[in-house]
Write a protein that binds this ligand. Structure first.
Ligand SMILES: Cc1cc2nc3c(=O)[nH]c(=O)nc-3n(C[C@H](O)[C@H](O)[C@H](O)COP(=O)(O)OP(=O)(O)OC[C@H]3O[C@@H](n4cnc5c(N)ncnc54)[C@H](O)[C@@H]3O)c2cc1C
Length: 354
């Protein structure tokens, strides 16, 4: 059996972010790190977007960034001008290549397909693998996105559309999301918040085709790339072994009300590396109890009153743009939290505390 100081289970976003952060901070100079990853090859499989509320290591993997965004619903449209925190999009293939090019030069870092040859007892284990079992009655953000390219220019690439609720809701919460990378190229996603027990919501291709033809009025396009996924809007793992620290989605890095995870993973990696010598004796990194509390109320409202959500989102974005973005990126202070809470329909939220 092989012995390593650190073992990272899962070389995806969180596993590789942590390995990179350890490597660039010289924490693997005199230590050994094993990364256990099942996939055979790394290629573009995700498009990670977020408001840049703090610095991160992957500016050179950004494919596009916007200062402005819009929200649409049957009640009208709203444009948010935002100079402080650009909305950035990362191509996962650029991210994987950047990290792999760096860490594969370090002879103390090795990749494995499984844990068969590893002694797991004496290492510190960072686990990003979520259990496979289906979680019944839990809420997910599930979606499919396609990157389309047109021969003529159709998009205004200065503004991205964060949410378009002016579509079929089917007693659930549904919106389209459009990231225009160029005047003739955009990623368009159909996104649902649901318990995933209604299979009829997953006719994603038909939804996308209808939206592109009828709403965006684009008839001719080619599809360059597609991605599909489901982000758990609950914490999938509670159990932790003595020598195991959960990271990434498995480690509670997903903001439950929005699904945003990428920047939280970067903050968690920095926290672990800054404290690596004492990591087993300090509190695990947490995105904040207050957000957990507020997001649970928000999700209760979402489950019980899906029809009210377009208006709730629209109103939320009518607060100062800086405040909303900080709140959604878990960087807000108490006054900013209050600014957002005051925009919510108070009785509905109070009744949904439990
Ligand atoms: C399509 C998609 C788009 C997303 N877009 C955004 C976004 O725009 N913004 C945002 O903030 N968040 C987004 N997210 C949410 C989140 O950022 C990602 O899910 C992110 O990849 C989570 O990182 P992770 O390391 O926890 O999980 P993953 O990146 O999924 O990494 C887990 C790794 O474990 C490996 N693995 C699984 N089982 C085993 C096993 N048995 N043995 C060995 N290896 C195994 C997998 O192959 C994978 O590489 C998106 C999620 C998806 C699915």
């Amino acid at each position: 059996m092989r012995e390593f100081d650190y073992i990272i289970l899962g070389g995806g976003c969180a596993g590789l972010s942590l390995a990179y952060e350890l490597d660039i901070n010289d924490k693997i100079k005199n230590k050994k790190l094993a990364i256990v990853e099942i996939r055979d090859e790394y290629k573009r499989d995700k498009t990670w977007s977020f408001w840049k509320v703090c610095n991160h290591n992957f500016e050179d993997c950004i494919i596009k960034s916007w200062n402005n965004f819009s929200i649409n619903s049957k009640l009208g449209s709203y444009e948010v001008l935002n100079k402080d925190y650009p909305y950035q999009t990362i191509d996962s293939e650029l991210f994987y290549n950047k990290i792999l090019n760096k860490i594969t030069q370090n002879k103390n870092i090795e990749f494995f397909k499984n844990t068969n040859q590893l002694n797991l007892d004496n290492s510190i284990i960072f686990n990003s693998i979520t259990p496979k079992e289906k979680f019944k009655n839990k809420l997910w953000q599930h979606f499919k996105g396609i990157e389309i390219e047109t021969s003529k220019n159709f998009f205004d690439d200065n503004i991205m559309n964060l949410m378009d609720f002016d579509c079929d809701q089917r007693d659930s919460v549904h919106f389209f999301y459009t990231l225009p990378f160029a005047k003739n190229k955009a990623l368009i996603e159909t996104t649902w918040f649901s318990k995933m027990d209604d299979k009829s919501l997953t006719d994603y291709d038909a939804q996308l085709e209808k939206y592109i033809k009828e709403t965006l009025k684009i008839n001719n396009y080619k599809i360059n790339y597609q991605e599909e996924g489901a982000i758990p809007l609950f914490y999938p793992i509670n159990r932790t072994e003595k020598n195991e620290i959960n990271i990434g989605s498995a480690g509670g890095m997903t903001r439950l009300s929005t699904g945003y995870t990428f920047l939280n993973i970067q903050d968690q990696s920095k926290y672990i590396v800054n404290n690596i010598e004492k990591i087993q004796n300090i509190k695990p990194y947490h995105i904040g109890k207050k957000y957990e509390f507020l997001d649970n109320i928000f999700l209760n409202v979402l489950k019980r009153h899906p029809d009210k959500m377009p208006k709730i989102f629209l109103n939320m974005f009518k607060a100062r743009s800086k405040t909303v973005i900080k709140f959604l990126s878990n960087k807000s202070n108490i006054f900013e939290d209050l600014g957002i809470i005051l925009k919510m329909p108070k009785w509905i939220f109070i009744k949904n505390i439990f």
